[in-house]
Design a protein around this ligand. Structure first.
Ligand SMILES: Cc1cc2nc3c(=O)[nH]c(=O)nc-3n(C[C@H](O)[C@H](O)[C@H](O)COP(=O)(O)OP(=O)(O)OC[C@H]3O[C@@H](n4cnc5c(N)ncnc54)[C@H](O)[C@@H]3O)c2cc1C
Length: 436
């Protein structure tokens, strides 16, 4: 797509953010990234790398020089003894996961899709679910960053900025290489089954503690949920993937094709939503399978939506869900997308939503053709009343004054940004808002 003034148009996956970069560069090496940064600074441009554009916030937007690192997607080194893998930052998780498997390795935990670039996923604190597990950034043991001077900075575990270098929001520079601490490749046994919400909440502590990865989707205006329990199986367990027809029926047809059709219809007839949600939840039947970890974590997502997600202390979850139910009950708006609930353990990454706190995550979604403003604002009010920390890549309206009180190391992170990028080469309107 090209505008009349010949500037390219960039937009994110959710189609709620657009930008008009002055130019797009596709460097093929760290040295080329450094040269692009130096040239951009000399020309008075800002610089931003984008990954797969899977952030719903304008965190990746730029009117300056946009960097695509798709030519920098190789695995550079593998240490099978330690499980450490050095990758170029532009590698997509989709391409990386099978390459790790071929080396007998895997990432310990993943979110629910895989098109993201390694740098993009790491920079916003992308996470999945797991009582004793963390977001992807916790697997990072080293990053290489091209700074605003065009210098190459290596941050490893010994570096004083290690806590800042793993979730950077793209604010410290262009990440060119990442070292990941992987684990031996593993299979997961997946058990998916519908459960009533009161039963889930009654057994929640046990469900979260007894499963490696527990999450559930709650269908608004109903008491129906779909639960997912994923657990590691002993080495030698054979794969039993979902059959091709069942996979097409559940993952393609019901979860995507039929769901898209339903959303198109109810976008114009919102009073139907509560009944439709009840029927949609009932079509999901139980299933079990065993597959490579990444095939179990990741599902296809072809229905476009917008999302807001906050991390909160786990004990807040029952009240948060009650308050959301009360908002639905008050008849403000009918919502067709299920609410996703996940769990992670506390980490030591300064700007991670998991920083020093065991969290539950509650994610609200809205079909992309429907306005999410009122729903997400109401949800944000509920989440922030419980110490909520928004996912950096998912919609929220909070600013630096809120984060200064929510992240213990916020001031330290901002000080490093001031030192590395005093001229704000890597900034944009979103970063100006959230970092000040
Ligand atoms: C359908 C869908 C499902 C999702 N599921 C999950 C989920 O399960 N869990 C979860 O936590 N999140 C999820 N997300 C959010 C997503 O993981 C994050 O927004 C992630 O940052 C997107 O990665 P990306 O490669 O698209 O990065 P982009 O959105 O393109 O960029 C994100 C940030 O990273 C920066 N960046 C990218 N590359 C570099 C680089 N080389 N150097 C410096 N900065 C860089 C960008 O400038 C920007 O600040 C989902 C999003 C979508 C659309």
């Amino acid at each position: 797509m090209t505008r009349p003034d010949a500037r390219p148009v960039w937009q994110n996956w959710g189609r709620n953010v657009q930008a008009h970069p002055a130019r797009i560069a596709r460097p093929g090496s760290t040295a080329e990234v450094a040269a692009v940064v130096r040239d951009a600074v000399a020309a008075g441009h800002t610089v931003k790398a984008v990954g797969a554009g899977h952030s719903f916030t304008a965190i990746a937007a730029t009117d300056g020089v946009l960097l695509r690192l798709d030519r920098m997607s190789a695995i550079l080194a593998t240490d099978t003894a330690t499980g450490r893998v050095r990758v170029q930052a532009g590698a997509s998780l989709h391409a990386l996961n099978p390459q790790l498997k071929a080396r007998g390795l895997a990432l310990p935990n993943l979110g629910d899709v895989d098109p993201q670039s390694v740098a993009g996923a790491v920079s916003t604190g992308t996470h999945g679910t797991g009582d004793k597990l963390f977001g992807i950034s916790q697997a990072v043991v080293g990053v290489q960053i091209v700074t605003a001077t065009g210098d190459v900075l290596e941050i490893d575990e010994q570096h004083p900025w290690f806590g800042a270098g793993r979730v950077t929001l793209g604010a410290l520079g262009i990440i060119t290489e990442v070292t990941l601490q992987c684990v031996p490749a593993f299979l997961l046994h997946a058990r998916e089954e519908p459960m009533a919400l009161p039963a889930v909440m009654e057994q929640l502590d046990q469900l979260v503690a007894d499963n490696d990865h527990f999450e559930f989707y709650w269908f608004p205006h109903t008491e129906k949920t779909s639960t997912k329990r994923n657990n590691r199986v002993p080495p030698g367990t054979p794969r039993q993937p979902v059959g091709r027809f069942r996979s097409w029926l559940d993952d393609q047809f019901l979860s995507n094709t039929a769901f898209e059709g339903i959303n198109r219809v109810v976008a114009g007839r919102r009073s139907w939503i509560p009944r439709v949600n009840g029927v949609a939840a009932s079509t999901l039947s139980a299933r079990e399978y065993v597959d490579d970890s990444y095939n179990v974590f990741v599902s296809p997502r072809t229905v476009r939506f917008r999302e807001s997600e906050f991390a909160m202390p786990r004990e807040a979850l029952p009240v948060v869900l009650d308050e959301l139910a009360a908002w639905f009950g008050a008849g403000h708006e009918n919502i067709s997308f299920p609410i996703e609930v996940r769990f992670t353990a506390a980490d030591d990454v300064w700007m991670s939503t998991g920083h020093e706190r065991d969290n539950c995550y509650v994610a609200v979604h809205q079909y992309w053709r429907s306005d999410p403003t009122a729903y997400f604002a109401a949800a944000q009010d509920i989440f922030t009343a419980h110490g909520g920390r928004p996912h950096w890549g998912k919609m929220h309206t909070l600013d630096a004054s809120y984060f200064a009180g929510t992240y213990a190391r916020f001031g330290d992170f901002v000080a490093i940004r001031d030192e590395l990028d005093p001229g704000r080469t890597f900034s944009n309107a979103y970063l100006d808002r959230v970092l000040g």
